[in-house]
Design a protein around this ligand. Structure first.
Ligand SMILES: CC(=O)CC(=O)C(=O)O
Ligand code: MG
Length: 220
C-alpha cells in the first residue's frame, strides 16, 4: 500500500438527508474555496503503516493519543477525475485501519490554523489489517466496525453513517490528486474515540470479516 489518504472531521453522521444531498455532488465547482461540507483531507506517508505484531507508538510530544477505527478502501486501478458511477471499478478491496491521532497536538494545530501532519502522520499512526478482497465486503456502505481497548468496547458504528459515500470520496479526491494502485483511503470514524495509554491492547474488527490487535508502546 502506498500513500494513505484520510478523510476527516466528523466523517460519520446520522443525518440521512444531509448524506444523500452530499453524495449527489461530485465535482469541485469554482470558486475554489473549501466548502465546510466538503471532506477534510489529510495524508499519511507509508511510514505511518504498522502491521500486527509491531506496536503502535505514542509520539514523544503527545500525551493524548486517540484511536479512530475506520474502513480503508484500497485502490486497484488508478485514475484522475473518476466519475462516481465508475468509482467502484477502481476499488481492489478494503483494509481495517486505525487513524491514530495525537489529539492534543491536533487541537493546537486547529487553533493555530496549522496542518495536522504532526497529529496524524507520525510513524505507526496507521495500523492496518490484512488486505480484504472486494468480494468479501459486497456492501461497503453498510458494514459494522468496532474497537475495544483492553476488552472494553469503545467504538461501534456502521459505515451507513458515513457522511460521504465511497464513490463520492474517490471521485472527490481524484479530481485533484491522481489515485494510484495501492493507495488507501480511510473513510472516517464513528463516535467513541478516546485516549490510549502505553501497554494498552487495541482490538478492532469488521463484522465477521476481519479482526486485528495492536499493543500500545511509548517511543523511547
Ligand atoms: C477530527 C478528526 O480527526 C477527523 C477524522 O479523522 C475522522 O475520522 O473523522
Ligand atoms: Mg479519522
Amino acid at each position: 500500500m502506498d500513500l494513505c489518504f484520510m478523510t476527516g472531521s466528523l466523517s460519520m453522521d446520522t443525518d440521512t438527508s444531509k448524506r444523500e444531498a452530499l453524495n449527489n455532488r461530485c465535482v469541485i465547482q469554482p470558486p475554489f474555496k473549501l466548502r465546510t461540507e466538503e471532506p477534510i483531507l489529510f495524508l499519511k506517508p507509508p511510514s505511518a503503516y504498522v502491521r500486527e505484531g509491531s506496536p503502535v507508538l505514542v509520539p514523544r510530544y503527545s500525551s493524548s493519543l486517540h484511536h479512530e477505527v475506520e474502513l480503508g478502501v484500497v485502490i486497484g486501478k488508478g485514475g484522475t477525475a473518476i466519475p462516481q458511477a465508475a468509482a467502484m471499478e477502481h476499488v481492489a478491496g478494503y483494509a481495517l485501519c486505525l487513524d491514530m491521532t495525537a489529539r492534543d497536538v491536533q487541537d493546537v494545530c486547529k487553533a493555530k490554523g496549522l496542518p495536522w501532519t504532526r497529529a496524524k502522520a507520525f510513524n505507526t499512526s496507521c495500523p492496518v489489517s490484512d488486505f480484504i478482497p472486494k468480494e468479501r465486503i459486497p456492501d461497503p456502505g453498510n458494514v459494522k466496525l468496532w474497537l475495544k481497548v483492553n476488552d472494553q468496547l469503545r467504538q461501534s458504528g456502521c459505515t451507513s453513517q458515513m457522511i460521504f459515500s465511497i464513490p463520492y470520496l474517490i471521485s472527490y479526491i481524484s479530481e485533484f490528486i491522481t489515485l494510484e494502485e495501492g493507495d488507501l483511503i480511510l473513510t472516517g470514524t464513528p463516535k467513541g474515540v478516546s485516549a490510549v495509554q502505553e501497554r494498552d491492547e487495541l482490538q478492532a474488527g469488521i463484522e465477521d470479516v476481519v479482526t486485528m490487535s495492536f499493543r500500545v508502546d511509548r517511543k523511547e
